[in-house]
Ligand binder design. Structure first.
Ligand code: CTP
Length: 392
């Protein structure tokens, strides 16, 4: 593997040296670009010694070689460790005023950023907006962790562990256009079941799992339709997004847009019931207890199971007890090819953090996909689905 490693100017720059050594020991060729600020924390000599290759620091050193273009053309993947708030902001704005930002702007290879910074800088709205914008443009971000920071305090902003960075790198480099020509439909997010114009019944789903799956499927070359419920998370770029709010809207959208796809993955947290009556006017407050009649929603996935045809149909099972037994019942009853079991005790499994999944199929097929961030789990799940599709 040929890695273009960018180092920007934060204290975590020293960790980039250890990571370089690991990569070299694993047989990777590593070309390193240091920004001016990075060189205040660590020297080019460190990386030249580790890689036995020249280290690049300027757009102007060998202009006849156009270094920002040839470096990204020769690499399989670009990785920035650490990515500072300033670097992230420049990339989000398209500023290319040094070798690293120019090379990343010119890159047609996977680009991975591992941010590290002070927790307030990371939490600031503008940094979060920039992170979202870069993700939507196809950058992969290895989220920083909570832990001890340079300010001798604990907070979010510590560089991700080497294992997580290497995982993202391997995934990016090993990614084949394995779903080219395939149509993939994914349901994601919560539903809202309104009982008046301003009140509804919903759940804690954010759609993060389905969004990660949609991004990964698109990167693998699939044509992806994402049926997405109400969420503040952004849908990935290059994906056809259909918005729904209620389970009934999802049902209609799924019948129109998902039936006939090569793969359907149902991650949506669909409400099993809706209020029997929805008033047009806002209900007025009263001291009386509120009693509400609920009626059953149609099961979207079971309906897709009835019309399965050649589709490879994957469900998710949100369980709080006796997980695999309940999930196997859903696998059978909804006519699925596989089901991913999600432990949702105490709202586990919801939101953009880590999750843990087990995939079940057939009578006793079972694979643990392990505990990881949702991007990693999405890749592992799609690997397993592709493998099952080849077997069936
Ligand atoms: N699902 C669906 N439509 C529904 C309910 C669920 O498409 N009305 C899908 C979910 O997207 C998920 C799978 O069915 O892929 C299982 O959902 P889950 O909430 O775990 O189970 P339910 O079938 O609703 O059963 P229960 O609530 O009893 O666990």
């Amino acid at each position: 593997m040929k890695v273009l490693l960018g180092v920007s100017g934060g204290i975590a720059a020293y960790k980039a040296a250890a990571l370089t050594s690991t990569l070299v020991q694993r047989g990777a060729t590593v070309d390193v670009i240091l920004t001016a600020a990075a060189q205040r924390f660590i020297t080019p000599l460190t990386f030249a010694s580790l890689t036995a290759r020249p280290v690049y620091t300027s757009l102007w050193d060998a202009p006849e070689r156009i270094p920002h273009i040839h470096l990204v053309r020769e690499a399989d993947v670009a990785l920035v460790v650490p990515a500072t708030a300033n670097l992230i902001a420049k990339l989000a704005a398209g500023i290319a005023d040094d070798l690293l930002t120019s090379a990343l702007l010119a890159a047609r290879i996977p680009r991975i950023l591992a941010p590290a910074m002070n927790d307030a800088m990371y939490d600031d709205g503008v940094t979060q907006e920039n992170v979202r914008a870069l993700r939507a443009r196809g950058y992969e971000l290895v989220d920083p962790e909570r832990g001890f920071l340079a300010e001798r305090e604990r907070g979010i902003g510590r560089l991700a562990s080497p294992e997580r960075i290497l995982d993202a790198l391997e995934r990016a480099a090993g990614r084949r256009r394995s779903l080219l020509g395939k149509r993939v439909a994914i349901t994601a997010g919560p539903t809202r079941e309104a009982f008046d114009p301003v009140r509804f019944v919903s759940n804690a789903s954010t759609g993060a799992t389905g969004i990660a799956l949609a991004r990964e499927a698109a990167l693998r070359g699939a044509s992806v339709t994402l049926l997405l419920g109400p969420t503040l998370l952004d849908a990935p770029a290059g994906v056809d997004v259909v918005r729904f709010s209620s389970a009934a809207e999802l049902y209609d959208a799924a019948l129109q847009r998902a039936v006939g796809a090569d793969v359907i993955i149902a991650t949506a947290a669909v409400s099993d019931w809706r209020p029997a009556e929805r008033s047009e006017a806002k209900r007025k407050k009263s001291a009386e207890p509120l009693t509400e009649q609920f009626e059953a929603n149609a099961d979207v996935l079971a309906t897709l199971g009835e019309r399965k045809g050649a589709t490879f149909l994957v469900g998710f099972a949100a369980e709080t007890e006796d997980h695999e037994r309940h999930a196997r019942a859903k696998l059978r009853e909804k006519n699925l090819d596989a089901i991913a079991v999600n432990d949702v005790r105490g709202e586990r499994g919801f939101g953009p953090g880590e999750n843990e999944l087990v995939l079940l199929w057939g009578r006793d097929g079972r694979r643990e996909l392990g505990r990881a961030d949702k991007a990693t789990l999405a890749a592992r799940l799609l690997d397993a689905i592709e493998e099952r599709m080849r077997c069936s």
